[in-house]
Structure formats: structure tokens, C-alpha cells
Design a protein. Structure first.
Length: 376
């Protein structure tokens, strides 16, 4: 019995670590609790902003969750319905949308089809926003825009949904190599870094008219037209009016207001990571850097002077003690969890790929023997 337990523990740990890199994901529920998914095989609720710098989080790991072993995993809040939609969190299934229902703490998997033919949606190469009012995803994939209507889903429906072609913004030039930087505000999707834009401009897709605006809009700023990450701030209710843009070099955080057509230039994140994920609530912008095992936030007040806003480390959920900066570092369990199975080794990653494989295998065995080191 004991031998069996150790072996199955080892096997489950192996299956957790070896197939693919863990890729955590962040989102907030409709009460703006910070949810951190895919941390050492677990998911956590870090509570509202006032508790992020504390030392505890609630383990919300539940059955039916995706393995969070995909690439480019992204999470979205459907604010009207209090549902979280998760894309690309399962390396064995890149098309389905996993739905987390924060109220029932339950998961389900929505089947989604991607029709073949041309142009077709490439589920491994796209950037998407979830439209606040219509609950429809819009994704730019290889220069072509597609939509996926999520209806009012807070749990999966057995009828498959389908990515549908919208078209391509011909007036914006050839976008076949454009790596999208896009965010939603006032039912308009804003695109940064499209060829031909000058600093401080966005190209715009008007959702309600399914219209690619031919002329760019200026936001009285000089934010760079380069690659980066963009994410919309929520309002208590109603559509977003502002979004944050962080260029890949992390040199600044730009907050663009599409009502006043102005931009605030705020501090760049302390952790510079061009692969970092961002999620904005009403009063915060959260950064998740898997590569640096860092979770931090910028407190932000819409309509106020935020020039002194500073980035603060989130301590309620700890990603890893590893010093490796590579994305294939396995990410550790954390928060207030006490379960010991399925944990991953700590502080074993080295800087080279070959070294990491060896070290992880070693750490796995060591971690299994000692039932792993847990961080609180
Ligand atoms: C992740 O996204 C990038 C940029 O869209 C893409 O080039 C890459 O193929 C994606 N990786 C996977 C494994 O889907
Ligand atoms: C499930 O999908 C079918 C077909 O689109 C639709 O008629 C039905 O209303 C959906 N159910 C829910 C609960 O959304
Ligand atoms: C912002 O720009 C839009 C489009 O050019 C314009 O309709 C709107 O009046 C501008 N807003 C302000 C406050 O200038
Ligand atoms: C990651 O580590 C490697 C090797 O130490 C280093 O060359 C690289 O610059 C680091 N990358 C980042 C983003 O810190």
C-alpha cells in the first residue's frame, strides 16, 4: 500500500511536470476578487485588493479545471454574468473554452469549432478581447478578425459554438505579420502598433457596426507604436472607458481614456517581462510574470491624478521560489493550501534547458520524498 501510494504520487507529480510548462493565468470575478489559476496544479482566490499584500488566499481548486499546461493562456471576465472564460489552458485541446463559475466554484468545458477553409481562425496564434456588452469574443488571428459569441454562458452548453469570420481591415495595410496589441473601450477595439500609425494613435474596430474605422484616432500622447500588452479597466457596471498599454520593454504604463482622448503616463512595472499577462479591475492593474514568478499590481483611480502610482508586490499568492526566468519553470503551489499531493519541486530550475530537465527530475524525486516544500 505504502509503495503504491508513493508510486502513484510520483506518477501524478510526473504527469504534472513533464508534459508541458505550467502557464498560470489571472482574472477577477465580478466582485473583483483576484483569481490566480494554474499555480502548481491549484487555483487561488486572493480576495479583493485590500488583501493582496497579506499572506493568505483561498484554495479554489475544483474538478473539471483545465490543466493550465497550454501556451498563451488567457482569462477573461464576463462581468454581467460573473463568469470567467479561459482560452488555451489545455495543451490537448486548444479550441474549447473552459468556463469557471465563481459563484458555484465549478468548471465546465464549452465545445468550440474552428471552421476550416480560408480565412480560418488559428487557435494557436491570435489575440482576443471579450466585448463587455455583447459577451462576444473578437480575435485577430494572422490579420483577420473573428468572433465567438458566448451568449449568456456561465456554464458550458452542449451545443458547440463557432469562431466566425468578420473580415480584414484592408485600409490598415498588410497585417499578416502584425502581432496584435488590442484592448476594448466604449465598444471599440483599439489596436496599437499597426504599421503606419504615429506615436499616440490607435486603429479602431467599431463592434456595434462591425466597422474597421479607416482613419486612426489620436490620444494626445506619444506612446510608442510597438509591441506590448493592453488590457481594459472595468467600471462598476457599464462599458470600459480606459485601457492600459505596457510596451514590451516595460518602460511605462500608459492609460488611455477614450472619452477625453487623453493618455496618462505612469510607472512601468518593476518586473520587465514582455511575456507578462495583465488584468485590470476597477482600481488596479495586475501583472503576472510567470518567467519571474512575480505577481504585482498598480493601484489606480479612474478620473484622478495617478502620477504617483507605484507597483506593489502581491504576496497573498506566491508563484515560485525558483530564480529561473524561463517560461518552462514549473510553478509552485502556494497560498493557504495544505494539501501535499501534486506539488512540484522548488528552487531547482537552472538556467539552461538541459540543466533544467535534469534539475527538475532531481527536484521531483526529492520533492516527492519529502512531500514537497510548501510556501505559505
Ligand atoms: C503563442 O503566441 C505567439 C504569438 O501569437 C505565437 O507565435 C505562438 O505560436 C503561440 N504559441 C503556441 C504554442 O500556441
Ligand atoms: C444552448 O445552445 C442552444 C443552441 O444554440 C440554445 O438554443 C440554448 O438556448 C443554449 N442553452 C443555454 C443555457 O444557453
Ligand atoms: C475624441 O475623439 C473623437 C473622435 O475623433 C471625437 O468624436 C470626440 O469628440 C473626442 N472627444 C473629446 C473630448 O475631444
Ligand atoms: C534569462 O536568463 C538568461 C540566462 O541567465 C539571460 O541571458 C536572459 O537575459 C534572462 N532574461 C530575462 C528576461 O531576464
Amino acid at each position: 500500500m505504502i509503495t503504491l501510494t508513493v508510486v502513484s504520487l510520483l506518477l501524478s507529480a510526473l504527469s504534472f511536470i513533464l508534459p508541458a510548462a505550467a502557464e498560470p493565468c489571472i482574472a477577477m470575478d465580478a466582485s473583483f476578487n483576484l483569481l490566480v489559476f494554474g499555480v502548481g496544479g491549484k487555483d487561488f482566490n486572493a480576495g479583493t485588493q485590500d488583501s493582496w499584500t497579506g499572506s493568505s488566499a483561498t484554495d479554489i481548486t475544483a474538478s473539471g479545471r483545465p490543466p493550465f499546461d497550454g501556451s498563451n493562456t488567457t482569462c477573461y471576465l464576463a462581468q454581467f454574468f460573473n463568469a470567467i472564460y479561459v482560452l488555451n489552458a489545455d495543451s490537448s485541446d486548444s479550441t474549447s473554452v473552459y468556463i469557471y463559475n465563481p459563484t458555484g466554484k465549478s468548471w465546465s468545458k464549452q465545445p468550440v469549432t474552428t471552421p476550416s477553409g480560408s480565412p480560418s481562425f488559428d487557435p494557436t496564434d491570435f489575440k482576443a478581447i471579450l466585448d463587455h456588452d455583447t459577451n462576444v469574443f473578437y480575435a485577430l488571428s494572422k490579420g483577420e478578425l473573428f468572433f465567438l459569441d458566448m451568449g449568456a454562458l456561465t456554464a458550458a452548453n452542449s451545443t458547440a459554438l463557432t469562431w466566425t469570420d468578420v473580415g480584414a481591415p484592408v485600409a490598415w495595410g498588410d497585417l499578416s505579420t502584425y502581432q496584435p496589441v488590442m484592448a476594448l473601450a466604449q465598444n471599440h477595439i483599439h489596436f496599437i502598433g499597426v504599421q503606419g500609425l504615429t506615436a499616440g494613435e490607435c486603429d479602431i474596430f467599431v463592434i456595434h457596426f462591425s466597422f474597421f474605422q479607416p482613419a486612426a484616432q489620436s490620444y494626445s500622447s506619444n506612446f510608442p507604436e510597438s509591441h506590448g500588452q493592453a488590457v481594459s479597466f472595468f467600471q462598476k457596471s457599464d462599458v470600459q472607458q480606459e485601457f492600459a498599454y505596457i510596451p514590451d520593454d516595460g518602460s511605462a504604463t500608459y492609460v488611455i481614456n477614450v472619452e477625453s482622448n487623453t493618455t496618462q503616463t505612469l510607472a512601468g512595472p518593476s518586473v520587465k517581462d514582455s511575456s507578462a499577462q495583465y488584468f485590470a479591475g476597477i482600481t488596479s492593474l495586475v501583472q503576472l510574470s510567470s518567467a519571474n514568478s512575480a505577481l504585482s499590481f498598480l493601484a489606480y483611480t479612474e478620473g484622478s491624478d495617478n502620477s504617483a502610482a507605484a507597483w506593489t508586490k502581491i504576496t497573498a499568492v506566491t508563484l515560485s521560489t525558483s530564480s529561473s526566468n524561463t517560461s518552462s519553470t514549473s510553478v509552485l503551489g502556494s497560498g493557504s493550501s495544505g494539501t501535499k499531493t501534486g506539488s512540484s519541486p522548488s528552487a531547482t530550475a537552472s538556467t539552461s534547458d538541459a540543466g533544467r530537465t535534469v534539475m527538475n527530475t532531481f527536484g521531483l524525486v526529492a520533492g516527492t520524498m519529502t512531500l514537497a516544500t510548501f510556501m505559505i
